[in-house]
Design a protein around this ligand. Structure first.
Ligand code: ASP
Length: 447
């Protein structure tokens, strides 16, 4: 049996939900369906989840919410009307929205954030029934999807998998809303944004699915962001490790946290297109022949900064690294990379974690407590990841990258080859990003 997860664009309108119906009908092994909240229908549309976040902010500040409320209800009504779904479903959705707004306080916005997925699942289940399929909607509380009490960043609790396994005994198709679970105290708690992928993966692991299909709006994962390169190569097969590296650095087609449950249970993932379901898609598997596609993709992300520190005899100073990381921990800051030399180290972090106050405190403490000789902060860095398991055993991979960056007149601020050798990381100033990616693409995929 398979788990099929449909993203926001796949349930954005009645016509999209009809496509979902056809996909489910076409393959009786698609027993578990996980859905996102309705996403954008066009570039200037707004996702339901964003509207819900806006409504919760306004409600907390006692500002009028009527317009937003109507926009949300109208959106669901247009879907239920067009799909000829019974009035009761819409009434239920409206009651649920009223209830979620009532329970929203400045400490509790989770129910409202989860409302989009919850309503989507009710609609999809009703629609599948209307086209003659046996389908039922199941709330994560009923399914036993328990998570930690970390709003907006929930982590699955291990006992969930046992509860989810029992869903296999239920007859018919089971439709589960994505993006949230419930805490041990039965409160709704959401995953991080884009987290319906995580639900899909947890359900796939729980029910021991043969395949986790993740339906989105592209035919496959591309080897590079199509914004930079016209019609880049499609990736047919990737390993979990490769996908993890790519999705970390800007490949938004699959949530990076979603890989873990599938990976631990060795469930292959297939990224497919709701608008073109016969396209093969991209398979994510545990192992593949490393000689095929030595480099599979080039990912990039912006918004990083670096703290460069040097101190004579740093290599002999016991506890330097620990003290440095402790300063970051005190400020609740996570770091992404830490390339180091004999007497120097660079810590790379996501810039949006820093406020001017935090930055000042960190700088002061590094100077006072670590007595460094030099401390330099660089902002607006972009990170490029050249990813491929086959790089490990192929000579000349780094040479190709550095030559490509030199050809593009891009200065390399940092190089780091992860210990796993699945990726090479280059830190550059954001200004040269597009040139750098195009030149790297040429070097690895066109030469
Ligand atoms: N609706 C949620 C979001 O926009 C989760 C998802 O779509 O996966 O982040």
């Amino acid at each position: 049996m398979k788990v099929a997860k449909f993203g926001g664009s796949s349930v954005a309108s009645a016509s999209q939900i009809r496509k979902v119906g056809t996909i489910i009908k076409d393959d009786p092994t698609r027993k578990f369906v996980v859905v996102s909240a309705p996403g954008k229908r066009s570039d200037n549309d707004t996702k339901i989840t964003d509207l819900l976040i806006q409504i919760s902010t306004k409600h907390i500040h006692n500002e009028p919410i009527t317009d937003l409320y109507e926009t949300i209800i109208d959106r669901f009504q247009s879907i239920t009307d067009e799909l000829h779904i019974s009035e009761e479903v819409l009434q239920d959705i409206q009651h649920a929205l009223d209830d979620a707004i009532q329970s929203t306080t400045c400490d509790h916005t989770e129910k409202l954030k989860a409302f989009g997925e919850d309503s989507s699942a009710k609609i999809v289940a009703a629609y599948l029934q209307s086209i003659g399929l046996q389908a039922s909607y199941i709330h994560p509380a009923q399914a036993g999807l328990f998570v930690t009490n970390e709003p907006g960043d929930a982590q699955v609790l291990s006992e969930s998998f046992e509860y989810l396994y029992k869903l296999r005994d239920k007859s018919g198709i089971i439709v589960i809303p994505g993006f949230f679970g419930v805490s041990k105290t039965n409160d709704i708690i959401t995953f991080s944004r884009g987290g319906s992928d995580i639900t899909g993966s947890i359900v796939a692991a729980g029910v021991q699915a043969r395949l986790y299909e993740n339906f989105t709006d592209v035919d496959s994962v591309y080897s590079v962001n199509p914004q930079f390169v016209h019609e880049p190569k499609e990736i047919a097969e990737l390993t979990y490790k490769e996908m993890r590296e790519l999705s970390y650095a800007g490949f938004s087609v699959f949530h990076d946290e979603a890989l873990i449950p599938a990976f631990k249970n060795q469930i292959p993932v297939c990224i497919k297109n709701t608008n073109n379901p016969t396209a093969k898609g991209t398979m994510i598997v545990s192992e593949k022949n490393p000689e095929i596609d030595c480099v599979v993709g080039i990912a990039s992300d912006e918004g990083f900064c670096s703290f460069y520190m040097s101190k004579y005899l740093m290599n002999r100073e016991v506890g330097f690294g620990r003290k440095l990381l402790h300063i970051l921990e005190d400020e609740h800051i996570s770091f992404e990379h830490a390339p180091s030399g004999i007497d120097d180290i660079t810590i790379i972090l996501r810039q949006d974690q820093l406020t001017p106050e935090k930055e000042q405190r960190i700088v002061q403490r590094i100077k006072e407590e670590l007595q460094v000789d030099t401390l330099k902060i660089k902002k607006d860095l972009a990170i490029i990841m050249v990813v491929g398991e086959g790089m490990k055993s192929t000579i000349g991979m780094a040479k190709r990258a550095t030559a490509a960056l030199a050809d593009a007149h891009v200065n390399i601020d940092m190089i780091n080859q992860g210990s796993s050798e699945v990726s090479m990381m280059f830190g550059i100033h954001v200004e040269g990003l597009e040139r750098a990616i195009q030149s790297l693409y040429q070097a690895y995929f066109e030469s």
